[in-house]
Design a protein around this ligand. Structure first.
Ligand SMILES: *[C@@H]1O[C@H](CO)[C@@H](O)[C@H](O)[C@H]1NC(C)=O
Ligand SMILES: *[C@@H]1O[C@H](CO)[C@@H](O)[C@H](O)[C@H]1NC(C)=O
Length: 191
């Protein structure tokens, strides 16, 4: 094949355009879809993986008639991010105190996952989630009521099966406020 200059120039132009688009995508992802999270394990792919495995493991034990039940509350459109974050931090705390240790013998990764989620819980409380404040919220009350009705192992399996939903809420709603971008104090911002 014979390449004339025009063809080469056109190829280079396409390549440059493609490269620019790639840079733009990478930059946009940095800025838009990777908010700063309030706790490191929330953005750690290893934690994501462990959560996914754990919930699939528990879902396989679920009774047929329980598959249509959902314990985890759905976020209301009227709630702000911090509220949804802290409400689910309250539920996470309930998991840490009442559920996860009962599943420790079922899955070898539970010990590590519990440690990581404990860290998340502490970080969220350090950053202003008052867990007590959400204890009597209708969503957390409803969650505990449904769980209680399922009784024993059945409820534990159901709750662990939904740990991916819980984690997704924490991941999506517990992002830290955007770093301030004041031109005047921008120089102080690079830590
Ligand atoms: C947390 O919430 C509870 C219940 O609303 C309240 O009594 C308590 O004072 C709050 N604690 C802090 C540190 O704000
Ligand atoms: C950003 O600038 C505004 C106006 O000067 C100021 O009120 C605000 O406190 C600044 N924010 C930070 C984080 O410094």
């Amino acid at each position: 094949m014979k390449l004339d200059n025009a063809t080469i120039a056109s190829c280079l132009r396409s390549a440059a355009t493609a490269l620019a688009v790639l840079f733009l995508i990478a930059w946009t992802e940095q800025v838009v879809s990777h908010p700063v999270h309030r706790s490191p394990p929330l953005k750690d792919p290893k934690t994501h993986q462990a959560v996914r495995e754990m919930s699939q493991h528990a879902q396989r034990k679920e009774l047929e008639e329980d598959t249509s039940i959902r314990l985890m509350p759905r976020a209301g459109a009227d709630q702000n991010h911090m509220e949804i974050c802290c409400l689910h931090a309250n539920i996470l705390n309930f998991y840490l105190n009442n559920i996860l240790h009962k599943y420790s013998d079922e899955h070898p990764s539970m010990h590590q996952l519990k440690t990581d989620l404990h860290r998340v819980s502490e970080d969220l409380q350090d950053q202003g989630c008052n867990l007590t404040h959400y204890h009597n919220h209708r969503h957390t009350v409803e969650f505990r009521r449904k769980l209680e009705k399922m009784e024993g192992v059945r409820g534990i399996n159901k709750a662990v099966g939904e740990i991916d939903i819980l984690f997704t809420y924490l991941h999506d709603y517990c992002e830290a406020p955007k770093p301030f971008a004041n031109a005047t104090n921008g120089a102080d911002n690079d830590n």
